[in-house]
Design a protein around this ligand. Structure first.
Ligand SMILES: *Cc1c(COP(=O)(O)O)cnc(C)c1O
Length: 396
């Protein structure tokens, strides 16, 4: 497939076709190169590849053909120049931090990010790298937090679990008004099927491929999409030396996931929209958080910035923690797990699990109450999911 032709193709076509490198066997599905090392034609060839005078695979910690197809396909989907795959979403975030920050540098981050990312940023304090956490939707707070040493602005949008939306273009403009300051967007919740932050001015996109890119809850992996220079000069040498590379097997699974990404995201969005609207009409439900609702504070921004509202819906019921736990325990179709972005619908109680380590004060400040539940709406029949929630909420 010629790259020029693909440049003009839509996102579904890129998910199926981008990065394809057919071998001499003329296979029609991406091959899995499950090999740790690669051979050389001769001693002289080995010497040339090791010296960097000839290109070629050496060892799968450096490069692997299956991982490369995943990188090229995800870069095409995100409209980025280059991608580098990592062992997990967290190792993608760690790679960005360690490669782009120096002792004395400063990060401004949204307060509403994945809990482990908060912990990772805090652990950089011992290297004299400090983070200021701000309210995701308060542009003034971001601006006030920036110092001459700020190198990164970091966010997720929609946020987890309250689905607040950040204005990516406005935050990119803010970052670029300061020398050497870059915007990093963790695009895990939307995926490139719904939102492409690089086209809105972001400098780096991070993925936990574990979630919607896989889409069927099988493998752990991550990726960074950004400029080819940054991948080649900063991230590739770090990954090669530090070792958090993506397994070729996982890359192959993620490739199969990318082929159905737009189809799945459309279905997740549609079912989540129907469940959110239905929840609003239930007497036991006090509040529903979903960017597709007209009552959502950033609904207009979500309409502008995203091509769908995502598959995550959060809601609060009357009756506090005991009511929420009752709903969770009574559901039959929802899996009780902290993961998201699976074909199987998932129900989570953030206050006691994903956000359980935060102090009561911090949870209250963030709006994560005891009656809050997060749904990752899967690919089951939406009527079955609503029926299940209805019987689980009976008697509240
Ligand atoms: C899960 C998640 C991560 C971490 O990814 P892993 O693949 O579990 O390491 C980072 N960011 C967000 C938004 C996530 O949901």
């Amino acid at each position: 497939m010629s790259e020029e032709f693909l440049d003009h193709c839509g996102i579904s076509t890129l998910g199926v076709r981008a990065g394809v490198h057919q071998t001499a066997e003329l296979e029609n599905s991406d091959p899995l190169f499950l090999t740790s090392s690669f051979c050389f034609e001769s001693a002289a060839h080995a010497a040339a590849v090791f010296a960097g005078e000839a290109t070629g695979n050496v060892y799968s910690r450096f490069t692997n053909p299956t991982v490369r197809v995943f990188e090229e396909r995800l870069a095409a989907l995100e409209k980025g120049e280059a991608c580098i795959a990592t062992a997990s979403g967290m190792s993608a975030i760690l790679t960005v931090m360690l490669c782009l920050l120096e002792a004395g540098d400063h990060v401004v981050s949204s307060r509403s990010i994945f809990g482990t990312t908060t912990g990772l940023l805090q652990s950089l304090e011992k290297f004299n790298i400090h983070t200021t956490f701000v309210e995701l939707t308060d542009l003034g707070a971001w601006a006030r937090a920036i110092t001459p040493r700020t190198r990164l602005l970091f966010l997720e949008t929609p946020s987890n679990p309250l689905t607040e939306i950040a204005d990516i273009a406005a935050l990119a403009a803010l970052a670029h008004a300061h020398p050497q300051c870059l915007l990093v967007v963790d695009n895990c919740f939307c995926t490139p099927a719904l939102q492409r932050p690089l086209t809105l001015g972001a400098d780096l996109v991070i993925h936990s491929a574990t979630k919607y890119l896989d889409g069927q809850g099988r493998c752990v992996g991550g990726a960074i999409v950004t400029s080819a220079d940054r991948v080649r000069e900063k991230f590739f040498p770090f990954l090669r030396a530090a070792g958090p590379c993506m397994s070729p097997f996982n890359a192959w699974v993620f490739l199969k996931g990318l082929e159905t990404l737009t189809l799945r995201m459309r279905a997740h969005c549609e079912s989540a929209g129907r469940i959110a609207a239905w929840l609003c009409a239930q007497p036991a439900v006090e509040k529903v958080y979903f960017p597709g609702l007209k009552s959502h504070p950033q609904h207009a921004l979500a309409c502008r910035q995203q091509s769908g509202f995502g598959g995550i819906v959060s809601f609060e019921v009357r009756g506090g923690r005991s009511a929420a736990w009752q709903v969770i325990d009574r559901t039959r179709l929802f899996s009780i797990t902290g993961n998201l972005g699976d074909a199987r619908s998932i129900i989570t109680h953030p206050a006691s699990t994903t956000h359980g380590r935060l102090s009561g004060d911090v949870k209250a400040e963030m709006g994560i109450g005891d009656a809050l539940m997060r749904l990752s709406v899967g690919l089951e029949e939406v009527d079955d999911l609503m029926l299940d929630l209805e019987q689980a909420m009976a008697g509240l």
